[in-house]
Design a protein around this ligand. Structure first.
Ligand SMILES: [Zn+2]
Length: 466
């Protein structure tokens, strides 16, 4: 069985098949760079990283485009308020965003187009819609998409348009429009606002048109996957479909994939509730990036993730177990006949792991397969049934797991067991065998000072990081 994904448009899990064999084109709604990303945003970006890595593991070439929304009402308002240009206002947040991606070990997308660098493409698309009769212009010069010209409107979100009361706000765009359902493609500039002089007049693009224009510019008029958070389904993605398909007459996207919300202690995350966290907030509390990565990846992307500090501590403990396990594999007793039963168990775990990921990226099940395997291999290790002859097989699956989850290598600044520590362990062994217990104890203490404890077991000395 191949990869299956849940498509929001079809409301079911379907076989994944890209338009071009072997190549997957993905568009991902990126951040609005007027603030630091919060952990709910990061959860969505991490789900997209998981998707990317699973597609690559399946042998696909991946072309992923993630936009940076660097112009909108808020940004313009804040730039005016602080007396700087839009670029000066957004630059530090753009840099912070890329720092966060790197800290979270999110594989970079192929392109990160910024909205302000693609105004021409947006103007071109709006002109196309205007020429096809899908737009109207209001007195102030703003241009709206007329939803009544696109009968498929609502197919993604299944929003009931008849239930939308007049005056209901479906959009943060506030200018006069014919119907409350219509949305702005182009907003005429107000005095004092930074704006662009274009064939459509002086103004700036609406948020929705950015994503239609940039995705089609980089990925073509039809492409494979469009991702985002569930809060993007309506109106953002619904509007993207309307704009794109009304302009081209072609299906816009084959698979729409959305990550569920992150909540905190069972509640919606909100600054007003004091439960709003950015990555920086968690790092300031001493949590390591890879622990945060692990926690945010550990729940299936279509389930709500309830973030708690207890959950972070459990994630840290889970990584500790994996680290101990990896250390044990480094210290296997010598042997030359592989344990066939153990090899079979490892093969079974590897199959369960891949099957779970292929089943709509079922992360919790994939991780359960890994931890059950770790438990069984630890038992074999305890009873001396695993040796260096099994190392390649055991280490191979652990590595395969980590090529997807990427949580085993230390974060910058984390202590790593160096060659000198191995040498100290060997020196202590030698001292002990020679009966020089004072020296052996001194070395043990030195190691403890560096965060390494030694345990004498039936299979010999084992070390552990603490
Ligand atoms: Zn978007």
């Amino acid at each position: 069985m191949g990869l299956r994904l849940y498509d929001t448009l079809q409301r079911e899990t379907v076989d994944f098949e890209p338009l071009d064999p072997g190549r997957v084109r993905i568009y991902t709604c990126g951040p609005t760079v007027h603030d630091f990303a919060h952990i709910g945003n990061l959860r969505t970006f991490l789900f997209e990283d998981l998707l990317r890595r699973v597609l690559k593991r399946r042998g696909y070439d991946v072309v992923q485009v993630m936009n940076l929304t660097d112009v909108d009402d808020k940004i313009i308002g804040k730039a005016v308020e602080t007396g700087v240009s839009i670029g000066e206002y957004t630059d530090p947040y753009k840099r912070a965003f890329f720092d966060d991606l790197a800290a979270m070990r999110i594989d970079p997308a192929e392109e990160y187009p910024a909205a302000t660098d693609h105004i021409d493409a947006m103007v071109g698309l709006i002109e196309r819609l205007r020429d096809n009769g899908h737009t109207y212009t209001t007195d102030d010069g703003s241009i709206y998409f007329r939803i009544s010209t696109f009968p498929d409107y609502g197919k993604l979100s299944r929003v009931d348009l008849s239930e939308m009361r007049d005056g209901a706000r479906v959009d943060s765009d506030e200018y006069d429009k014919e119907s409350p359902k219509d949305f702005a493609l182009w907003k005429a500039a107000k005095p004092d606002e930074q704006a662009w002089d274009t064939a459509l007049g002086r103004g700036r693009p609406g948020w929705h048109i950015e994503c239609s224009a940039m995705s089609m510019e980089y990925l073509g008029e039809s492409f494979d996957i469009h991702t985002g958070g569930v809060d993007n389904v309506f109106p953002h993605h619904e509007n993207e479909i309307a704009q794109s398909e009304a302009a081209t007459g072609k299906p816009f996207v084959r698979y729409w994939i959305h990550a569920e919300h992150l909540i905190v202690d069972g509640q919606k995350m909100a600054k007003s509730l004091g439960n709003f966290y950015t990555l920086r907030d968690l790092l300031d509390r001493g949590y390591r990036p890879r622990v945060i990565r692990y926690l945010l990846l550990s729940v299936h992307y279509r389930s709500q993730l309830n973030f708690t500090f207890a959950g972070l501590d459990q994630a840290a403990a889970a990584l500790e177990r994996l680290a101990d396990f990896a250390d044990r594999l480094e210290q296997l007793p010598a042997g030359d006949s592989p344990n066939d039963e153990l090899a079979g168990r490892t093969q079974q775990a590897a199959t369960e792991f891949d099957t779970a990921l292929d089943d709509d990226l079922n992360s919790s099940r994939a991780l359960a397969a890994v931890f059950e395997w770790v438990r069984d291999v630890n038992r074999a290790l305890d009873s001396g049934q695993a040796t260096t002859a099994d190392r390649d097989q055991l280490g191979g699956f652990l590595k395969s797991f980590d090529s997807i989850y990427d949580v085993l290598t230390p974060d910058p600044g984390e202590a790593e067991i160096g060659a000198d520590i191995e040498a100290l362990i060997a020196a202590r062994e030698a001292a002990r065998k020679a009966g020089d217990y004072a020296r052996a104890d001194a070395i043990r203490e030195e190691l403890a000072g560096r965060g390494v404890v030694l345990e004498d077991t039936a299979q010999g000395v084992r070390w552990k990081k603490v």
